[in-house]
Design a protein around this ligand. Sequence first.
Ligand code: IMP
Ligand code: MG
Length: 453
Amino acid sequence: MTQVLEAIVGLIWGDEGKGKSVDERATEIKEKNPGKRLVVVRYQGGNNAGHSTHVTLPNGKTIKFVTHAAPTGLTNNSDIAIGPSVAFNPESFFGELMQAQDLFNYDGRIMISERAGVLLDYHKLIDISRESSKAPSGKIGTTARGIGPFYEDNARRVTRITFHDYISTLFPKKLKEVLELKRHELEGLGININDLFLELVGRHEHVRKELAPFAKNLEYRLREYLNNGDSILIEGAQGTYLDVDLGSIPHVSSSHILAPHAFASLGLPRKLFRVIGVEKIYPTRVGDGILPTLSGPEFGEIVVERGVEVGASTGRRRRAGYPDWVLIKRAVMLNDCDEIFLTRADVIQDLDVKVCTGYNINGRVTDEVPFDLSTIISPVYLHQTFRWHLWDEPTGVDKETASRILRETRSRYVKEGFASLPTGLLDFVSMHDKYVGCPTIEIGIGPHRGETV
Ligand code: IMP
Ligand code: MG
């Protein structure tokens, strides 16, 4: 393997399995390129993301590690970077870094763009207060991490505190100015800005000092990776339908999520990269907003149980629906995807899988995603349904043995490759690829690192 340049992005509403996909790619790249660097870069969003990876520690124990602010590269000792469009929460980032150093002796190089904006407590307080004061119909169902208020402040410019400001000795002065500009809004929430000022300055002193060495003129540093033949993995957070402009408005996040934005914000050339869309085989949504193929006890609820579909950031239960290829086809178009990683095929085994290939809007069938999802009267499903069986659940054994048997079964599929997968699944994939116009090159069949065919 030589230099790998890839952007890995989500094709639905987040939670597609990007964390696991990036972790697997990073592990593979590192194994095959000893002596070469690999950097995993976050380019948007903040600690509203939740990327779960299941990793085996040196002592053989498997743990679930979740990152919110830091790129998944932490779990495989890759270098990591934070781009200028990220909503950077320094305390959350630092906490994850410390945890990774304890667990995996993390020693990768860390780079934080001086241009990244810093997300602070007041963003979160404003986010929470706005959401709780709204009638249910006006709610976005945010993750309450302050993302919306952060991006407003960034766009307003005078209220933006960059990472450069944050680590400088002038931080207290800058913070005071910003709080003054926000006085009206914050006092309206019952916040005393002098108290908040003192608290923030005190609490952040240590983290500012610890993170200061990582400030970089990032676009130049990333160019060096490119020119040295080192690898770059760009890691998306959230997903296509949460994009601030092209997502399902108004129930979107506040960042630019689509892959083309990654290249613009990191100063990297699209033409040298492969764009990989991560597609969970069935769509889920957490927070408010419509899920066109939402399904009940016959499919969706079973899937939520089996797939443990609970938000990694907020612990909220997700909603699940039948595969919706209309959404995916548009996401492939918007992200300019070269390839697809399909995840969680195991979760829907032994179910009758319906596939949506159109929407009925006012009695007309279309294969376009409308601006307003509430105009969809009903999804239009293919006549054909799909069904596959990957393994029998081990019975009459303890949990540990069952999990070992399952892992052996999955690794057999991995060893034997695509052709060994059940025909029901292969038929599904071949029709999927034709419909969405992009080839599936990996299929996830289990939660652990490497359980991907
Ligand atoms: P915010 O990003 O916290 O402002 O939330 C806006 C919308 O995006 C809400 O519907 C959230 O549930 C959703 N959202 C934000 N981040 C994620 C994510 O990482 N996975 C899934 N949904 C997310
Ligand atoms: Mg997630």
